[in-house]
Ligand binder design. Structure first.
Ligand code: ADP
Length: 638
């Protein structure tokens, strides 16, 4: 079709001519190669189908044209076409690759073979030129290289694994081994179950398989478990590779290590939650307000609104003067501002006034928030607790105390006065009854003597009672003063022994005194110490039985810092439920028995007061019908 029409039409054909003809026909139909002839000067003389396809020219367009039109402008500029013909002659045919231009001006990468053709006389009659379009191959090569580069980059940056359609691992890259701490031998042939952390529910992987099994890409974050038991998080993309029917052949899993991000996320989440929890707890329990540097309210919580009875809108933008009760002096707030503006936390109790005019007390802590640059406060957070009920109680208590104090004072005053007033006539009653007994007022009968004696005994009892009352009143009014002086405890105890020996004999009670010989002189109030022993010993005898025992023991404590007095009896004892009240004024365990003993119910109360005044204490151990032990201790070494 593109060959010489004249020679085809020739009627007489030699064998050679026939072969040439066949050859030409063959060349004509080759599609993948452009095969054509050039004249010695480079004019195109033949053109095949391949040439037409590759270069885009029809035979009639190109035959007769110079072949330099196949070259790029730059190549033409440097005389490449001519050079190549010369080179072909010199080398008897040469091959090269380079850019060539199609009819439409587009370039393609070509492999070219130019061969010089000589006739039998060895005269150059032209050139054959075979050109192949290598663009596709070149592109394929480029894309193979590109793929190789991408794979390299992927391997460097990414955790890659390939599994077959059953999920069995067929390939893992280095990054996969590094993060999972398994070797590729350990991984290949296994499924991904080997790195399952059990963090995700079964459903998670079921869904994944459903998606990739249908040929879709799946993406999510997975927590995996490395060989050493440590956990890591990977952002995972699984891409199914499909066969022609669209069924997955294998899966490629691409992962990125997001363990750090996950950790930060987790920490952030938990600290955010913590902050939210703290804020919630604070808001529930606490009255919170925030102010700016100037003291203008920028935030109040619900509790603040509830107690102040103002709405949030009414408070924001105001300063705390809105709830000022006028209770605190001006300096109170001046001092507060001084310390918080200085960056110091301030704490105090404030009385505030609610919108409805009612007052409330808040225990207030103001925390300044400092600007890290200037170190100066840029806002203040005030945290308050409602202490109104406590404050009210405190105030009531204070008032009650004041009332009680003044009542007590009056009582003491009354008792003191009364005792003094009573003592004078009582002393008169006693002296006159004594005088009557002595017969100073004239001879008296036995009966009269007995009556006078009764008057004297009763009078003395009353006087004892008045004296005790006077003592207690004095102690309560804080008017009793101990007069400390050194004295011989031994002498004091001997004196007491003399006093009580008669009484004990009368009751058939055995009275023993045991004084630790280490004791010499001690310093205390001798009159009051005597009173303490007197009361306890007289009780021990009084509340005893026929043939009972009383043992008085005085010894120092182990550390020598205390004097211990112990008065032990085998008397009637005191039941446990009565012990607590024993030391209160006018308390008597069994009034009929006590009356029988003419007690006042003041002795133990006074004794305790006196021990306490000395800086000591008193205790009792007792068992009903068995006996009692009263021990007191007072500090030594005044
Ligand atoms: P009183 O003047 O009645 O003795 P106290 O204050 O000395 O007053 O004693 C209060 C009460 O404690 C007594 O009435 C008595 O019932 C009981 N009591 C005191 N000491 C003893 C004791 N050693 N044994 C049994 N009971 C005692």
């Amino acid at each position: 079709m593109t060959s010489d029409p004249a020679s085809l039409a020739s009627p007489s054909k030699t064998n050679l001519q026939e072969t040439q003809e066949l050859h030409r026909l063959l060349v004509d139909v080759v599609r993948d190669y452009a095969i054509f002839m050039l004249s010695p000067s480079g004019i195109v003389t033949t053109w095949n189908v391949g040439a037409e396809r590759i270069k885009g020219y029809q035979a009639q367009e190109i035959i007769g044209q110079h072949f330099s039109c196949f070259y790029t402008a730059e190549d033409i500029q440097v005389g490449k076409p001519e050079q190549e013909l010369e080179l072909a002659q010199a080398t008897n045919g040469f091959e090269q690759e380079g850019w060539r231009v199609r009819k439409d001006g587009s370039k393609f990468w070509a492999s070219i073979l130019i061969t010089p053709i000589y006739n039998s006389d060895e005269i150059l009659i032209g050139f054959s030129k075979v050109t192949r379009d290598l663009t596709e191959r070149k592109q394929a090569e480029a894309s193979v290289k590109e793929l190789r580069d991408i794979k390299f980059a992927l391997d460097q940056s990414t955790i890659v694994a390939i599994t077959n359609k059953q999920g069995v691992i067929t390939y893992v890259n280095e990054a996969f081994c590094r993060i999972s701490k398994y070797s590729s031998q350990e991984l290949i042939g296994n499924t991904h179950r080997i790195i399952n952390s059990s963090h995700h529910p079964l459903e998670f992987f079921k869904q994944m398989w459903a998606i990739i099994g249908h040929g879709f890409v799946w993406k999510d974050e997975i927590k995996n478990r490395a060989k050493d038991g440590s956990y890591y998080w990977v952002d995972t993309t699984i891409v199914p590779f499909l066969d022609d029917s669209g069924k997955p052949l294998q899966y490629i899993a691409i992962r990125h290590d997001i363990t750090n991000r996950k950790q930060v996320e987790e920490e952030l989440r938990s600290s955010l939650k913590e902050i939210a929890d703290i804020k919630f707890a604070l808001d529930q329990s606490t009255i919170v307000a925030m102010t700016d540097r100037k003291g203008d309210i920028t935030y109040v919580n619900e509790a603040f609104c509830r107690i102040s009875k103002y709405s949030e809108q009414e408070l924001i933008g105001q300063n705390h003067r809105i709830i000022n009760s006028g209770y605190h002096p001006h300096e109170f707030f001046v001092d507060m501002w001084k310390s918080i503006a200085d960056g110091k936390v301030w704490k105090n109790e404030i009385k505030n006034r609610a919108k409805d005019g009612s007052y409330y007390w808040v225990d207030t802590t103001i925390v300044p928030f400092l600007d890290p640059q200037t170190g100066k406060p840029y806002q203040y957070v005030a945290i308050r607790h409602d202490i109104t009920s406590r404050k009210t109680l405190e105030l009531e208590l204070e008032q009650a105390k004041e009332v009680a104090e003044s009542a007590n004072k009056k009582k003491s005053q009354f008792l003191t006065n009364m005792s003094h007033e009573l003592r004078t006539p009582l002393n008169a009653v006693i002296s006159y009854s004594q005088m009557m007994k002595q017969g100073i007022a004239g001879e008296i009968t036995e009966k009269q003597y007995k009556y006078a004696n009764n008057i004297e005994v009763s009078g003395k009892h009353l006087l004892d009672m008045v004296n005790d009352i006077l003592d207690i009143a004095k102690i309560e009014a804080g008017k009793i003063q101990l007069s400390f002086q050194p004295f011989q405890l031994r002498l004091l105890l001997l004196e007491l022994q003399d006093i009580f020996i008669g009484m004990a004999e009368q009751k058939h009670v055995q009275l023993d005194f045991n004084l630790d010989p280490a004791f010499g002189t001690i310093t205390a109030d001798p009159i009051r110490i005597r009173q303490i022993f007197f009361n306890l010993i007289s009780n021990a005898i009084k509340f005893n039985r026929e043939n009972g025992k009383v043992n008085v023991k005085v010894f120092p404590s182990q550390d020598k810092r205390w004097l211990i007095g112990e008065i032990k009896d085998t008397g009637i004892g005191i039941s446990a439920d009565k012990l607590d009240e024993l030391f209160t004024e006018f308390y008597q365990v069994d009034s009929s028995m006590s009356r029988q003993h003419e007690g006042t119910g003041l002795g133990l109360a006074l004794t305790k007061h006196l021990v306490k005044l000395h800086g000591g204490d008193i205790f009792v151990i007792s068992e009903k019908d068995v006996g009692s032990t009263f021990s007191f201790q007072i500090p030594l070494g005044f």
